[in-house]
Design a protein. Structure first.
Lengths: 238, 410
């Protein structure tokens, strides 16, 4: 579904993503894990056209989508759930969902689906989004993306700032999305949670993929254990 | 016959090349971070397409020798859970490390070969290898466990016992060396035993054999015969899958093969403990990318001869300098010799001269025994010693040498 080859992008002369290739097949959950500053969010921004690539290629369903504007990403069936939710705080929950599905003339249907999937949002449909708790806001951000009825959802740090119980809820929802045939590309710092929910994963360090593979295999990888799962070795022997 | 991992084994070329590029880029990034030798060799080179591979430096067996034991490891030794020793050029020791994931992948890749040979969890497998092949045996065990077949490790030294086990346990798959398969066939033949009385369905040989030998074994053991091909430094078994069409498909999601000046060069794409970039295998080979009826999309590899003079005696690999070295540890040190290397043993012709015990026959016998004992203990092979007159050395086309006294060797 998504094929990225040798992507380079950044801000001005600073190249944050330095020749990165990855793919996400239909129906998969693929995670991208990495530390702060590795380039995870920049990659997602490049995928939806928020920052222009300076090299490489992005293909969605075999079609070249390199450098296309963000609205084309939505039209291509790609929806981004941004880091920190970024919901419209002064609008109601329902208005947020309608904005999410505004390109879709039949948006009532996906919105009804979203409200069924997240009963809490139904309860608070008329409430201002800014008054929701962190977990509810994350659900709303996800719901807003799903209202566009995407085939590929890009999730940026969905567990950030959430209580552990809410994190579990978010990841349960991601699993449910997969069961409904939605493809998920998940960017996370919470490596354990991401690798437990994903089918495959990539490990990003300073703009380069250094490891990739089945998520279960990466959970066993010594470098992943050392860097992300708290197996604390200080020195590296060569 | 079934395909163990259809997603990867029958992956369309475009998707496979995407996976290869991703893995190659990750490999290069990891090597630059974790292995000083590669960091120095690669500099700031970046791979943006598979075609860039040809511009990357080769890894020679000599590099592994220089880095021995752990200089090529990409992870600290404490994260390496298995070490396999193998022999490189000039009989120098090499070591290959494996992490948990490396072993899991080894099992998966070997399981691909098993599935291609029709093996399932219902099979009872006899794994019959000598000590020298114990490392390969470990891979076969992992593969059999992966497909949950019942595996019986056995040594081939007691062929009667092996035969009894084949019968008693109703073994359906035999994994062994060509030599052992031939021995077994001979035993059945000489004792006039019906091969059909065994339950054997498939014999998987540790290395390729000529088509005529394969046919002979097929008839003699009344079983399908498949051949493995692997490279100890890369993976053996697990590098290739021999399909029902008799073609060795490289597991290209894990290994990137190239042919450089006729030599097989392989990059390990997934190995964690000791990844190798463009490893020159010292094996002549050809690759073909045409379609195969089995549906596998990995290129097919036809192995040729060794390019480094590696010999095989009774399934044990060795190099000619090792023979000279063993001789130099005996009282035959300094004596010109010639070799006749056969499949099951070697014959060493020592040049008889005034210096070599001219009068006493007993001394010659003692020396003969000493040399034979040294070869058995140092190399594990059978050596027969003969004494030859000087004229044998003048016209011989057989390999010859003079083993310098050990003390003077560098």
């Amino acid at each position: 579904m998504l094929r990225v080859r040798n992507l380079r992008c950044g801000y001005g002369s600073l190249h944050v993503i330095r020749g990165l290739s990855l793919h996400v097949d239909a129906g998969e959950i693929v995670a991208l894990i990495g530390a702060n500053g590795a380039g995870k969010t920049s990659l997602l921004k490049a995928l939806v056209g928020l920052i222009p690539p300076v090299g490489g290629e992005i293909r969605i369903d075999g079609r070249d989508a390199t450098g296309e504007p963000p609205w084309r990403a939505i039209a291509n069936g790609v929806a981004l759930v941004p880091e920190g939710r970024q919901i419209f705080a002064d609008m109601t929950v329902m208005e947020n969902l309608e904005v999410g599905g505004y390109r879709n003339p039949d948006r009532a249907l996906p919105i009804a689906d979203v409200l069924e999937r997240f009963p809490r949002l139904r309860e608070r449909a008329a409430q201002l989004a800014g008054t929701l708790s962190g977990g509810e806001q994350q659900m709303l951000a996800l719901g807003r993306a799903l209202a566009a009825r995407p085939r590929l959802v890009l999730l940026d740090e969905p567990s950030m700032g959430l209580a552990p119980l809410m994190v579990q809820e978010v990841f349960r929802t991601i699993r449910a999305l997969k069961e409904q045939g939605v493809t998920v590309f998940l960017v996370e710092q919470n490596a354990v949670a991401a690798l437990q929910v994903a089918d495959r994963a990539y490990v990003l360090e300073t703009g380069e993929v250094i490891l990739e593979g089945e998520a279960a295999d990466l959970l066993r990888n010594p470098e992943v254990k050392r860097a992300y799962l708290g197996k604390g070795y200080k020195e590296v022997w060569e | 016959m079934s395909v163990f991992d259809p997603k990867h084994e029958t992956m369309p070329r475009a998707a496979l090349e995407q996976v290869q590029l991703e893995r190659l880029q990750a490999l290069v990034a990891r090597l630059k971070r974790n292995v000083r030798r590669y960091r120095d060799a690669l500099g700031d080179r970046h791979v943006s397409s598979l075609a860039d591979l040809a511009g990357l430096p080769l890894t020679q067996p000599e590099d592994l020798i220089q880095a021995f034991p752990y200089g090529m490891f990409a992870l600290p030794l404490r994260e390496v859970i298995r070490l396999h020793s193998t022999t490189g050029p000039e009989a120098r020791q090499l070591v290959i490390g494996h992490t948990r994931n490396d072993l899991v992948n080894w099992g998966r890749l070997t399981a691909r070969q098993f599935a291609a040979a029709g093996m399932t969890e219902h099979d009872v497998v006899q794994l019959c290898f000598e000590g020298g092949l114990i490392k390969g045996a470990a891979g076969y065990t992992l593969g059999a466990e992966m497909i949950e077949a019942s595996i019986i490790p056995e040594d081939p030294y007691h062929i009667d016992y092996q035969l009894a086990m084949l019968r008693n346990y109703r073994v359906t798959v035999l994994i062994t060396t060509p030599s052992n398969a031939r021995d077994l066939m001979e035993v059945l033949r000489t004792r006039r035993l019906d091969p059909q009385s065994l339950q054997l369905r498939c014999v998987l040989l540790s290395r390729p054999v000529p088509a005529s030998e394969r046919e002979e074994l097929k008839t003699g053991l009344f079983a399908d015969v498949r051949c493995n091909f692997g490279v100890a430094e890369i993976l053996n078994p697990g590098l290739c899958v021999e399909c029902a069409e008799g073609r060795h498909h490289v597991n290209e999601d894990h290994f990137l093969p190239e042919i450089v000046d006729g030599e097989l060069v392989v990059t390990t794409l997934c190995r964690e403990a000791m990844p190798l970039l463009r490893y020159a295998t010292r094996i002549a080979a050809t690759l073909a990318a045409d379609k195969c009826a089995c549906g596998r999309t990995g290129v097919t590899l036809t192995p040729g001869t060794r390019l480094d003079g590696r010999l095989r005696v009774n399934e044990i690999t060795l190099y000619a300098p090792q023979i000279a070295e063993v001789l130099s540890h005996t009282r035959a040190s300094g004596t010109p010799f010639k070799l006749d290397i056969a499949e099951r043993g070697i014959t060493i012709g020592l040049k008889i001269s005034d210096a070599l015990f001219p009068d006493i026959m007993g001394d010659l016998v003692t020396l003969q025994q000493e040399v034979e004992r040294e070869f058995a203990t140092r190399l594990g092979i059978h050596a027969e010693v003969r004494y030859l007159e000087a004229y044998h050395f003048a016209s011989s086309i057989l390999p010859q040498g003079t083993c310098a006294p050990f003390a003077t060797r560098p």
